[in-house]
Design a binder for this molecule. Sequence first.
Ligand code: SAH
Length: 259
Amino acid sequence: MTKVYLIGAGPGAADLLTLRAARLLADKAEIVLADDLVSDEILALVRPEARVLKVGKRGGRPSTPQSFIHRLMVRYARRGKCVVRLKGGDPYVFGRGGEEVEALAEHGVAAEVVPGLTAGIAVPAAVGIPVTHRAYTHGVTLVTGTAGDGRSEPNWSGLARSGTTLVIYMGLGRLLSIVARLIAGGLPPDTPAAAIASGTLPSQRHVKGTLRDLPGRVAAAGLASPAIIVVGEVAALANADTDTADVPMQDLVACMHAA
Ligand code: SAH
């Protein structure tokens, strides 16, 4: 029985794949179980003989149950196939890689993780935001904006006091509530903030502003998932955004209420 490779595909652009990932896809993969977030440009690198199954898991849409993905991986591995589980970003950062390695181990199947560039670091960089910078912050916290599956909410007021850059994954749908909780937790409303959608892809767009006006800017620009939200002084270093830089505050507030 061969092992299953859990491969991080990075944030989107194919040339941000690791060499190890690109080689495994081009030379060894026989079965590829790919997430929704994996771009067509990356799937084009997979050996033509390989079978690619899309097992999308994007919030709000019908998705393949996690248990079914586990069963598929085990089934093909037992048949001696070289199975690749291909995920956006890094498999171990909000990628359920941990759960999948455990499920494989329960069935006696070995796994090898191939790290990928996580969106929370690579996507801010794509618009000029260093997630840490000695002049502005002691560190960075990667946090999910969606608790999901009955799990508890992140401790937003604790995060507001963390003194670190906050990088929020899967937060766009709950942006208003997250902003309200961070402000209630003591983060000044004029803290710099940015949102970047489809980072590193040709469709990449972003807005920058402050914590208070970010929801309005996101709505005015019509940004959609996948998006990363950055809150903290470093967000002020983002390149100028072309969508909302000149929109007056009252219009942003109107957009926010319309959204
Ligand atoms: N394992 C992935 C994260 C999966 S969770 C990683 O390490 O990057 C899915 C979330 O990742 C999305 O909701 C979004 O918040 C973020 N994301 C992934 N790709 C992105 C991209 N190209 N641009 C912006 N956000 C992205």
